[in-house]
Every structure is written in structure tokens, then in C-alpha cells.
Design a binder for this molecule. Structure first.
Ligand SMILES: *Cc1c(COP(=O)(O)O)cnc(C)c1O
Length: 406
């Protein structure tokens, strides 16, 4: 759709010749970003409505985050956990306080936080709950996305994520998302935890029925299970709250955080919980060379400081209402459905008009970056620094794209 000049074509072709084809990027080559905007190698500007899957919640190169990281670059960047450094304690304390939990286990990527939680839940199951050795099961939801490791794709319900990657890790039971009865029926004496996204991101911003999260919490309490909330995409301001679980006043046993925790600068993830759960892990049993490194802690502390004021959460709520109010009139005019929470929307394009990929390419030509999740569903997640006028610009582009296809 976009007119590609030599430079764009050259760089795309170089990338395609030189990297494994595990992604199918849109045909734009970004070279700069600031706030909600990026610039490509041709000098064209685009409004970023994906924000690196919410990893760039605070906008590209937010000055507070960049300053914190730049300052740290001049001190020390990596020590490993063989030694203490002066930022891990403060970061963990501040993040724990934000989450209302006692302990933080720092890792790097989201998938590592999920893997960590699986290990913690199993160990807790054997040592605290008394589940028979090597029998622990974790309940997960269909349509889930928790990452790409072998164990995580073992309980994916997406055939593309799984096919030819077996043999799979046992110990997971998939139940329908949003259905507390099915969840209750799946619990047995081997169950140690329920692992869910409070809102399913990759599935297309799927908000569960009201009351679901609190019913999960009640079931976990009644049956002595850990409630593990994967807030890697939903957390840290995106939905108008620090954690999406807050919308139902639910406090999980473990929060899984990632993406925006690194401020869009470095990969930072964490498992956050109380010592009654995270305390099962002892030296040597789990770790990561880069987990909790000084640079990561500097970025993470800046992010936590920003979230402490509540300002970003309020902004996401207000901008989200604005976004949804602008999107809703498009239902019946090219969109089949719109849903969301905070500044996070899933839109289903009428598949008779075009695929999500085609819509994303057409939006690109209009100067808006968005990406299909699957089929004809697109997720809109602009950085929280976006303005109402910029949201109008994005929705205007979308309505033109839909009108042109009709
Ligand atoms: C992105 C994501 C992950 C995986 O994070 P990576 O950093 O890509 O490993 C896990 N869970 C959810 C809900 C995510 O959105």
C-alpha cells in the first residue's frame, strides 16, 4: 500500500535475507520515535497505535525514563546477581509497594516471568499445599497468550504457536476463558494454580464477563490455589488502573509484569507476590544473569515512580472513553464489534471487507501504525501520552480505510 522508495525496500530486503522469518512486519522501516509518533527512513511520520504491544505505554523515549537510564549508563550496567548492587533493593521495594506485595523476583522477558511463576506455583504446591510429587497441574484459559517457550506453548490453544514444537510439557489443563463453572469443574487434588490474563490481549482485547475475576479469586481461596494474574500486557496503566485486576477489586497471589516495566528501553519483567508464596524459592533454584540488572532497575524505578501518582491511570481511563466513543459509531459501518478497557481496544473488522492485515496496511498508508492480532481483529493500544486529537486522527484514518473498502 505504502509507496516504497529504494531505502525502505533495501532495508526490508536485507532484513528478510538475514533474519529468520518468525515475524511478518508491516512494510515500514522505523528510525526514530518520540512520544506517540515514529518516523520512518523516508522521513514520513506515523502515529503509533500499537506501542510495541504496550511495552511503550509511556511513549517513545519518555524523558524521565531516558534520563534515569542515561544516568545509570555512566555508573554501572551489569553486576549479575553474584553481588549486590545499589538499585535492586530500592526497585523491588518500590515495585512491591505499588503492587501491595512483599517480594519481587526480577527477570527480563515476559515469558521468563511466566516460566518463573510456573516453577514457583509447582514448588508451592508440593511444599505448602502437599500435592503429590510431579503431579502438579495449573489451570489456564483457552485463547491465552503467555509467551513462546516450549512449556508456555504447551498450553497454548493456537495451532500456529504449537504445531511441530512438541513434545509438550505436561501439567496444564485448558478451560474456557470467562467461565467460572468450567474452572471449578477442572479443579482436583493436583491443582496448584490458575494462570490467566485478566483481559486477554493477543486474543483481541477480550474482557471477561463481569464478576469472572472475583469468582476466580473465590475459587482459589476455597480450593487453596494460587491465582496468577498475567498482567504483562494489561498491567501498568494500560486499562486505566495499575493492574487490570483492580477493575474487580481482585488481588491475585502473583502478578506477572513485563513489557511496560522496562519503560520501552530495556526488557524488564518480574513476578510480584508475598513471601508465603515467593519464599519457596531458595538460592540456586532459579535465576537469570540479567534479571534485576542495574540498568533494568533504573528503568523500572522510573516507571514505578510515574505510576505512583495515578496520573497515567486516569489519563488511560479518560483517553480510553474517548477512543471507544469514537470507535463505537463504526460498528455497522465496517466494524462488527468494538470492545476494550482503558486505552486498549479490540476491533473486529467485517471480514467481508478485508482482513486485519489488509486494514493494517491501509492504516499504514494513512500514517497510522496498528497490527492485526489474528483474522480480522486489530488491537489499538496507543501510548498513554497520545492526545484526544491524535486519537481522532487515528479513528478518522480507520473510518476512511473502512469506507474505501465498502
Ligand atoms: C507479551 C506477553 C507475554 C510474553 O512476553 P515476552 O516479553 O514477549 O516474552 C506474556 N504474557 C502476556 C499477556 C503478553 O502479552
Amino acid at each position: 500500500m505504502t509507496i516504497q522508495t529504494g531505502r525502505t525496500e533495501e532495508l526490508i530486503s536485507l532484513t528478510e535475507r538475514s533474519t529468520a522469518h518468525n515475524y511478518h512486519p508491516l512494510p515500514v522501516v522505523i528510525t526514530e520515535g518520540e512520544g506517540a509518533w515514529v518516523r520512518d527512513v523516508e522521513g514520513r511520520r506515523y502515529l503509533d497505535c500499537l506501542a510495541a504491544y504496550s511495552a511503550v505505554n509511556f511513549g517513545h523515549r519518555h524523558p524521565d525514563i531516558v534520563d534515569a537510564v542515561r544516568t545509570q549508563l555512566d555508573r554501572v550496567t551489569l553486576t549479575s546477581r553474584a553481588f549486590h548492587h545499589d538499585l535492586l533493593g530500592p526497585f523491588a521495594q518500590e515495585l512491591g509497594e505499588l503492587a501491595g506485595k512483599e517480594l519481587v523476583l526480577p527477570m527480563n522477558t515476559g515469558a521468563e516471568a511466566v516460566e518463573t511463576a510456573i516453577k514457583v506455583a509447582r514448588k508451592w504446591g508440593y511444599e505448602v499445599k502437599g500435592v503429590p510429587e510431579d503431579r502438579a497441574t495449573i489451570l489456564v484459559a483457552d485463547g491465552n497468550f503467555h509467551g513462546r517457550t516450549v512449556s508456555i506453548v504447551s498450553f497454548s490453544t493456537d495451532p500456529v504457536a504449537r504445531t511441530h514444537f512438541g513434545p509438550f510439557t505436561p501439567g496444564f489443563t485448558v478451560v474456557p476463558y470467562g467461565d467460572p463453572t468450567a474452572l471449578a469443574d477442572a479443579i482436583d487434588h493436583t491443582t496448584v494454580a490458575v494462570l490467566i490474563e485478566p483481559i486477554q490481549g493477543e486474543a483481541g482485547v477480550v474482557v471477561p464477563p463481569a464478576g469472572y475475576l472475583s469468582q476466580v479469586r473465590q475459587l482459589c481461596d476455597a480450593r487453596e490455589l494460587l491465582f496468577i494474574a498475567d498482567e504483562i500486557q494489561s498491567g501498568l496503566g494500560r486499562t486505566g488502573a495499575t493492574f487490570a485486576c483492580e477493575h474487580e477489586d481482585v488481588v491475585p497471589d502473583l502478578y506477572l509484569l513485563g513489557k511496560a516495566l522496562g519503560g520501552g528501553v530495556v526488557p524488564v519483567s518480574a513476578v510480584v507476590g508475598d513471601s508465603s508464596v515467593l519464599g519457596v524459592i531458595h538460592p540456586g533454584e532459579h535465576g537469570s544473569t540479567f534479571g534485576g540488572n542495574p540498568l533494568a532497575c533504573a528503568a523500572g524505578r522510573a516507571v514505578v515512580a510515574m505510576l505512583r501518582t495515578g496520573e497515567w491511570q486516569r489519563r488511560a481511563t479518560e483517553l480510553g472513553e474517548h477512543l471507544l466513543s469514537r470507535l463505537r459509531p463504526l460498528v455497522g459501518a465496517g466494524l462488527l464489534a468494538v470492545r476494550g478497557r482503558g486505552l486498549w481496544a479490540g476491533i473486529d473488522i467485517d471480514p467481508a471487507l478485508m482482513t486485519g492485515r489488509q486494514a493494517s496496511e491501509a492504516l499504514l498508508a494513512e500514517g497510522v501504525l496498528a497490527k492485526d492480532t489474528h483474522g480480522s481483529t486489530i488491537r489499538l493500544a496507543p501510548p498513554l501520552v497520545v492526545t484526544p486529537e491524535e486519537i481522532d486522527l487515528a479513528v478518522g484514518a480507520l473510518s476512511r480505510v473502512l469506507a474505501n473498502a465498502r
